[in-house]
Design a binder for this molecule. Structure first.
Ligand SMILES: *[C@@H]1O[C@H](CO)[C@@H](O)[C@H](O)[C@H]1NC(C)=O
Ligand SMILES: *[C@@H]1O[C@H](CO)[C@@H](O)[C@H](O)[C@H]1NC(C)=O
Ligand SMILES: *[C@@H]1O[C@H](CO)[C@@H](O)[C@H](O)[C@H]1NC(C)=O
Ligand SMILES: *[C@@H]1O[C@H](CO)[C@@H](O)[C@H](O)[C@H]1NC(C)=O
Ligand SMILES: *[C@@H]1O[C@H](CO)[C@@H](O)[C@H](O)[C@H]1NC(C)=O
Ligand SMILES: *[C@@H]1O[C@H](CO)[C@@H](O)[C@H](O)[C@H]1NC(C)=O
Ligand SMILES: *[C@@H]1O[C@H](CO)[C@@H](O)[C@H](O)[C@H]1NC(C)=O
Ligand SMILES: *[C@@H]1O[C@H](CO)[C@@H](O)[C@H](O)[C@H]1NC(C)=O
Ligand SMILES: *[C@@H]1O[C@H](CO)[C@@H](O)[C@H](O)[C@H]1NC(C)=O
Length: 774
């Protein structure tokens, strides 16, 4: 405030003196200096002067030394030693130079990565393999998202015993939400809006509840997917009818609302993770992500480091930026990164053309049906005076050209259901939505507001050929309801973000895929199934797609594994899920990538598709603890203050020790090479490069001897493993091995893949291998 006033005074003085030549640029520069932004301030707690008896006083005094007026938004105690506050750029700069400050990072905005899946994962036949419900009911899954709609049947607590004694959280009240909205299923609910409101102003409670209440639907969907109760007769307009249940239907839920209409702000995300740790959750689920940045700048990675250290598994969505390569988010090796695949369920809605041809599409439309006769058909690009008329954007269709017709629109730019709303508003009778190259043959079903279906790119092209060649094109859409047993399934979703890992090429991500296409789960009563403002329909369950949906599947599975093996670390749980994941169908064919219609690679599916029943009994695990992650940060050559920002300790790398990224005890292998043009020296001679990995396996099964085998689909790379056999005589015994890859030169952007497995005849402990030359 003070500075703002002085700027105004200064401008007035300048104007009064007639010095009007000051450039706009210099005014902008002055404005920038007084404009406050949110910063997250990381403090080196070990450097607190002895004169302070309490670290919060020290934080306060450090802040006051650069700004009298700045107030703390949050003080963090678990995920960060420090606080968040509003500062001008100058204040932030001078705070950086104060003693005891590790870093002053500008806030970032994150976004959401928007009843058959239990059977699909094999969880129905084998419920008795999983621990009895009382041990699952001790596990608490924390979900950071848009909140919760507590009236949903997914939070019915019938049959659940008392809240676990470990629980230390709360049920906060606010707009349309009281502590009585929590129960023995939904045991906690909190909201974090200070960072959001500091940037975007006070929450307008006519648009969103200032409370844990979910006005969006996303948070209710993700939390009920992870640990929702069993709900009989769930469906969306009759689609996907059946029993809906969360993956860990007996576990408890704690929701942390950190996402609002304007996005998810990192100061709020950190506050949510900080509280979740205090509250004693066992698993954290975050279906959100930001841009790609180094781990010490990324609030989700920072919060996840502390959570992992406390034994909490952090499961995150990989992102929906596929099928482009290098499109992953949440790639820190202490985070479990989940991509998306399809289920064996579909919602067919055929396009039947006047020439007798049929094309299959998908739809969740329910409402007035089309007339039984065919209707005239028009391509939106021919019914618009806009160059992007084919996209059916608001206001681009010419009503006279679409009235009473079925309109074909191309996918992209605007929301799919909104395109149908645009067609409807212009007087159209129905819509055929065609994928473009960005989505290939991937079919995502939508609860359209008018009779509509989505077809793949190839069908779309054929339909367009008909549209452009027939002088009087005619069409109708035939809705066929729900079909199960679709093959092949799963296939990697086109939208699922892909490797290579841009931040650390030596770590293969995603870790695996899980169901994320056309998933049914609980919804909010504040919003229709399409999420559009104009959609006045209200539903108890909704069917949506995204890595946002695959992440909570894994969060729930991790809760089941935690209940079965309470002593397993987050690294061990992830290892069990990775080494037992499958990469081929029952007929032996490799999992397909729907974006290209070809076999997918480890950059698309990581270790493969999760197989929770096998993960219960993996035989061996690659365990990891905080010291392994600290060694990894040393191998990244992070500075002491970058490491302290993540680890909150005065840890220093041992200068006499050789740290290597390839020695992190990860269950997968990424061989990141430089192509010869870049002048790689190589240590193998003859132009070849040698990369050595060391790994340690822990026996979590009976005594057994495991032999290794490796399958490298490569002529340019050789691998040798030492030793080739490991004998375990007791449980928790550890044995180490090395694998050395000798790679010949290859042009830049070459990729090769392989698979290594240890087997004792009963278990297969598999690891994907990706080799890249860049
Ligand atoms: C942090 O560690 C460094 C290196 O070991 C040491 O020089 C420094 O005194 C330590 N700081 C505190 C406050 O313990
Ligand atoms: C609170 O809930 C009532 C009833 O469900 C609803 O009418 C009202 O709009 C809600 N208010 C807000 C701010 O969401
Ligand atoms: C499910 O719906 C069917 C048909 O509407 C009904 O017969 C059955 O009792 C319902 N089951 C439950 C558990 O509500
Ligand atoms: C297209 O579907 C309709 C309705 O199911 C059917 O009557 C017709 O024979 C089909 N045409 C072709 C070419 O398959
Ligand atoms: C419709 O649009 C397509 C593609 O833009 C074009 O090839 C075709 O000539 C147009 N047809 C008419 C009747 O304008
Ligand atoms: C395009 O079409 C719309 C709707 O018919 C009309 O309002 C608009 O004036 C047209 N624009 C141009 C540039 O012709
Ligand atoms: C189109 O835009 C107008 C003005 O922004 C808005 O009122 C209307 O709801 C939009 N219509 C659709 C179908 O999105
Ligand atoms: C870290 O520094 C060492 C020594 O300079 C170098 O060999 C290595 O490539 C660096 N690692 C990374 C990940 O930059
Ligand atoms: C492992 O290899 C040894 C020696 O070749 C062999 O005797 C043993 O049967 C193998 N075990 C398994 C489980 O394949």
């Amino acid at each position: 405030m003070e500075k703002k006033v002085s700027l105004m005074n200064c401008l007035i003085v300048l104007l009064v003196l007639g010095l009007c030549q000051i450039s706009m640029a210099s005014i902008e520069k002055m404005k920038k200096n007084v404009q406050k932004k949110t910063y997250i301030v990381h403090m080196a707690k070990s450097e607190m002067p002895a004169s302070f008896d309490d670290h919060t006083h020290w934080y306060d005094s450090s802040l006051k030394s650069v700004s009298d007026s700045a107030e703390m938004l949050y003080t963090y105690s678990n995920v960060v030693h420090g606080f968040s506050t509003r500062l001008t750029a100058d204040e932030a700069q001078s705070l950086k130079n104060q003693p005891g400050i590790l870093s002053v990072l500008p806030e970032m905005k994150y976004k959401l990565h928007t009843t058959r899946s239990p059977q699909f994962l094999g969880l129905d036949k084998t419920t008795n393999l999983f621990p009895q419900s009382n041990s699952v009911s001790d596990v608490i899954v924390g979900v950071l998202d848009t909140g919760v709609w507590p009236e949903s049947k997914s939070y019915d607590d019938t049959g659940l015993g008392p809240i676990p004694s470990s629980w230390n959280g709360a049920c906060e009240s606010g707009t349309n939400f009281t502590s009585s909205n929590c129960n023995r299923k939904l045991i906690g609910a909190r909201y974090f809006s200070r960072g959001y409101e500091a940037t975007l102003g006070s929450i307008d409670i006519s648009r969103e509840s200032k409370s844990p209440r979910d006005d969006d639907g996303h948070g209710s969907h993700t939390s009920s997917t992870a640990a929702g109760s069993v709900v009989a007769n769930a469906s969306l307009f009759g689609y996907a009818a059946g029993t809906a249940r969360g993956m860990a239907a007996g576990a408890r839920l704690a929701v942390y609302k950190v996402c609002w209409i304007g996005g998810c702000f990192s100061s709020d995300i950190l506050a949510g993770m900080d509280k979740a740790i205090d509250d004693n959750v066992n698993v954290l689920s975050l279906s959100l992500g930001g841009g790609m940045s180094d781990y010490y700048r990324d609030s989700v990675a920072i919060g996840a480091f502390a959570a992992t250290e406390k034994g909490i598994l952090v499961s995150c969505s990989a992102g929906n930026a596929g099928p482009s390569p290098y499109s992953l988010s949440n790639v820190a090796p202490w985070i479990t990164t989940v991509g998306a695949g399809t289920l064996d369920r579909d919602f067919p809605a055929y396009v039947s053309l006047g020439n007798g041809m049929n094309y299959s599409g998908v739809s969740l439309y329910k409402g007035e049906s089309l007339p039984s006769k065919m209707l005239p058909f028009v391509y939106a690009g021919n019914a618009s005076n806009s160059t992007s008329g084919n996209l059916c954007m608001n206001g681009t269709l010419i009503p006279e050209k679409v009235r009473g017709k079925i309109v074909m629109c191309d996918r992209g730019v605007s929301p799919r259901v909104q395109k149908g709303a645009v067609v409807k508003a212009a007087g159209g009778a129905g819509m055929v939505l065609a994928n473009t190259a960005a989505n290939g043959e991937e079919l995502v079903a939508d609860a359209h507001l008018l009779p509509a279906t989505t077809v793949g790119q190839k069908s779309g092209d054929s339909i367009k050929n008909y549209l452009f060649s027939d002088p009087n094109p005619m069409v109708t859409i035939l809705f066929e309801g729900t079909k199960v047993g679709v093959e092949p399934s799963p296939v990697v979703a086109a939208f699922s973000s892909r490797g290579p890992n841009l931040i650390t090429p030596e770590i293969l991500k995603p870790d695996f895929i899980a169901p994320g296409v056309n998933i049914i789960a609980g919804w909010s009563g504040s919003v229709g199934p399409s999420g559009l403002v104009d959609d006045t329909r209200r539903v108890g369950f909704n069917i949506i797609s995204g890595t946002s949906m695959s992440c909570p599947h894994v969060s729930g599975l991790a809760a089941l594994l935690k209940a079965a093996h309470p002593e397993w670390s987050p690294g061990a749980i992830r290892s069990a899920l990775m080494t037992t994941a499958y990469t081929a169908y029952k007929n032996g064919n490799l999992l397909e990538d729907i974006a290209v219609g070809k076999p997918s690679t480890a950059f698309d599916h990581g270790a493969g598709h999760v197989d929770p029943v096998s993960a219960l009994n993996p035989g061996l695990v690659y365990d990891l603890d905080v010291n392994d992650y600290l060694g990894f940060l040393c191998a990244l050559n992070y500075t002491a203050s970058q490491i302290s920002t993540l680890a909150r300790t005065n840890f220093t790398c041992d200068p006499t020790k050789k740290y290597s990224l390839t020695d992190l005890n990860y269950p997968s292998f990424s061989v990141a090479l430089q192509s010869p043009q870049m002048g790689s020296g190589g240590s193998g001679g003859g132009g070849s490069t040698v990369v050595k990995f060391s790994r340690t396996l822990t026996n979590v099964g009976s005594p057994a001897t495991y032999n290794v085998s490796i399958n490298l689909q490569s002529k340019s790379v050789k691998a040798s493993i030492v030793p080739e056999s490991l004998s375990f005589t007791q449980s928790n015994e550890k044995k180490s091995y090395t694998v050395t890859f000798t790679a010949g030169p290859m042009p830049s952007n070459s990729f090769e893949f392989g698979y290594m497995k240890w087997s004792d005849g009963n278990h297969i402990v598999g690891s994907p291998i990706a080799i890249s030359w860049t």
